[in-house]
Design a protein around this ligand. Structure first.
Ligand SMILES: [Mg+2]
Length: 175
């Protein structure tokens, strides 16, 4: 069976993903890519805006967890320690190992889980294969380097085909 590469929703920034939006979709576990989703790769520490967003999710009853392919466990471990949330490193997206491990860790089913990420061939494909709601964001800080400019240009048609910022109905949407 063919697997779709369309995200369910596209957001300009992670800030726009709110507990109310997630509740409306039955989501209580938000698996977050790290690099270019929550912070540019060069940013070593979470900033105040990210800390506030994570706190708002947690107080709203949503558990955030980092699921990263980053090959530097030191970066992910340090970032998450300062952010105060758990992580699954070497997640192997678009394989589902990391997603399944994170869902098992938090006792959440795929229907209670969403993936937040910036890349089509890792985050979106992994979410599709794991059967979780996919929320795509524009790359935080903009695409970095020639290859990422090409990659993000290639992603544009897929993003344009999806609901924007939760304001209109997406494939899995109810709003
Ligand atoms: Mg990323």
């Amino acid at each position: 069976m063919a697997i779709s590469l369309l995200p369910d929703y596209v957001f300009d920034d992670y800030h726009s993903v709110t507990p109310d939006f997630l509740h409306a979709h039955g989501i209580r576990l938000l698996l977050c890519d790290l690099d270019y989703t929550l912070a540019p790769k060069r940013q070593a520490e979470p900033d105040a805006a990210l800390l506030a967003w994570v706190a708002s999710l947690q107080s709203g009853g949503v558990t955030p967890e980092i699921v990263s392919n980053n090959r530097s466990p030191a970066r992910v471990e340090r970032f998450c320690r300062n952010l105060g949330i758990g992580y699954t490193g070497h997640a192997g997206k678009p394989g589902t190992r990391g997603l399944l491990e994170a869902m098992r860790k938090h006792g959440a089913s795929p229907s209670e889980t969403a993936m937040l990420g910036d890349k089509l061939l890792t985050d979106v494909l992994g979410a599709r294969r794991g059967n979780v709601l996919m929320l795509m964001v524009e790359p935080k800080g903009g695409p970095f380097g020639a290859w990422n400019h090409v990659l993000h240009a290639m992603q544009e048609p897929f993003k344009r085909a999806c609901a924007r910022d939760g304001r209109s109905a997406g494939r899995g949407g109810t709003q």
